[in-house]
Design a protein around this ligand. Sequence first.
Ligand SMILES: *Cc1c(COP(=O)(O)O)cnc(C)c1O
Ligand SMILES: *[C@@H]1O[C@H](CO)[C@@H](O)[C@H](O)[C@H]1NC(C)=O
Length: 369
Amino acid sequence: MLSAGFNLVAFSWITSPAATELEMIVLDWLANLLKLPNDFLCKGPGGGAIQGTASEALLVVLLAARDRILREIGNDALGNLVVYGSDQTHSSLKKACQIAGIHPKNLRLLRTKSYNEYALSPESLAEAISHDIANGLIPFFLCATVGTTSSTAVDPLLALGKITKRYRIWFHVDAAYAGSACICPEYRHHLNGIEEADSFNMNCHKWFLTNFDCSALWIKASQGRTVIDYKDWEIPLGRRFRSLKLWMVLRLYGVENLQSYIRNHIKLAQQFEDLVAQDTRFEIVATRTFSLVCFRLLPDNKNEEDANKLNRDLLDAVNSSGQIYISHTVLSGKYILRFVVGAPLTEERHIVAAWKLFQEASSSLLENS
Ligand SMILES: *Cc1c(COP(=O)(O)O)cnc(C)c1O
Ligand SMILES: *[C@@H]1O[C@H](CO)[C@@H](O)[C@H](O)[C@H]1NC(C)=O
């Protein structure tokens, strides 16, 4: 309410020094919570800027990377620029490439494999880059993900970063959902290798108690400056006083409460996972890393086609009860149910009730099949 009511016009430092400097301060606080290297701090050579969404953040850094390379090698090279991600990368990469004029055939969504838990393999990246260079193309951008949308897979940042460094490729890390968990020391290792990245993004409006929209983007190298004019770090000129929302969250809860908020959700997801694992009719399909559980019901005949239909029916049954709402994904051709804990009011009794709903719906589906 305050952020909307103040109605600031905060596009440059001079139009609102307070909003600009508060944004620098809260993003430095959050960067410190995440233990990002000093290169990402406003106090250092880089800095953070709040974007509307992870999709916008990705577009902004893709355009910056495109600008950097085309300045060096000339605008004629646009058609030869190649972008890399994995088949689990969020669809906003494809959208950003379309807007940035990257040729559709130059977007490489490299295949991940189930035994690799759907993370991007450094070997396949290195192979694709060599192949593209041999064909006269110019690799220039990689988007890695910490916590993919489908199954919260974590790409190996350190190994991928070493490759991007060798070829001077812009390395962006998308941690839209899972970044929040990395404020807890026990989950921070998922960001190991972040020092190799050029830019990093986390959505405070997903799992960090901040109202939509508030997507934190940090970049390593910004140009020498006396003050920050945030209009140069984003697509719009005008901007909201979003940093006030984040300031409020950080001051209201404090580090320890934020950490226990995350830990509690992960604990609840783990409880759900344990319940699923105890029921032999079900299978956990991907390792649970954060607060998302990917699982499915197995038909007696273990037939894959039947399994997909069975789980589609189960989702419909559970969903149409109106008690809980879940979504699905498809991994390696398998239709999979996704159960996530992320709401501030969720308690253990909700988890138990949700599982009961799954069991009852499953029993009646299996009986009637
Ligand atoms: C949710 C999500 C996005 C998209 O977020 P928006 O802020 O809605 O653009 C991108 N990447 C990942 C990994 C996500 O989980
Ligand atoms: C889930 O249920 C809601 C409301 O019952 C419905 O609108 C929605 O389409 C359902 N989604 C799926 C994927 O079944």
